[in-house]
Design a protein around this ligand. Structure first.
Ligand code: COA
Length: 183
């Protein structure tokens, strides 16, 4: 899989998108970014971000978690969190969550975040990256499929919103599928 580099990319008005690992200083910006996507109510299960600023800082410090952000002139516009299984039985797996703020989508940022996370997961010995996505979120499903994720199953009717039942689609990427020249 070709990784689009460099990690910085300018947009039309000269501002730059910078992809980097989060630090505890980013906690507030991450919460604001997640909250703004949650308020759209159609992509993420939660409607309120569950961590306080302090809780978010703890999460960022956790060596088993990887948090990547896209910084746009000081505003966090993208967040990817990879949370490794905390038990011996599932330490070879991690769960991935991602959100790009409205107004910054379809610029390749989500793709770049996921590509970075896949490489980092492989370096950490994670074999299987899992995620789940609403069956209505076709843009996300297409993005994941393009990046090598495969549907593994579905929890039918797992959610109910906007007047209808929505399935929970389970998707997986195996880090052994990363080409050796990128490893
Ligand atoms: C899903 C999401 C992470 C994708 O990130 P993104 O930065 O918008 O996506 P990218 O620009 O990297 O595009 C990835 C692919 O999506 C597809 N895509 C982009 N825009 C699209 C559109 N309007 N319609 C259909 N497909 C589209 C393309 O196949 C694109 O691949 P390509 O441009 O390399 O050919 C982002 O849109 C997002 O955060 N959405 C809201 C929150 C969300 O849904 N989170 C995931 C919950 S499981």
């Amino acid at each position: 899989m070709h990784i689009r580099r460099p990690k910085e990319q300018a947009n039309g008005n000269g501002k730059q998108y910078t992809l980097r690992k989060a630090t505890t200083v980013d906690a507030r910006g991450i919460i604001d970014c997640m909250q703004s996507v949650m308020e759209e109510k159609k992509f993420l299960i939660g409607e309120f971000y569950m961590y306080t600023e302090r809780g978010e800082q703890e999460r960022i410090r956790n060596p088993d978690d990887l948090t990547l952000v896209v910084d746009y002139a000081g505003l966090i516009v993208g967040v990817l969190a990879l949370q490794r299984g905390m038990h011996r039985k599932n330490r070879h797996t991690a769960n991935l969550g991602i959100a790009i703020r409205a107004g910054h989508r379809h610029l390749g940022l989500g793709t770049r975040l996921i590509e970075e996370a896949k490489i980092e997961a492989m370096k950490r010995g994670i074999e299987k990256i899992n995620l789940d996505v609403f069956s209505t979120n076709t843009v996300a499903i297409e993005t994941y499929e393009k990046l090598g994720f495969r549907k593994e199953g579905a929890r039918v009717g797992q959610f109910f919103f906007d007047g209808k039942y929505v399935d929970d689609i389970l998707m997986t990427f195996y880090t052994s599928d990363i080409p050796s020249d990128l490893a």
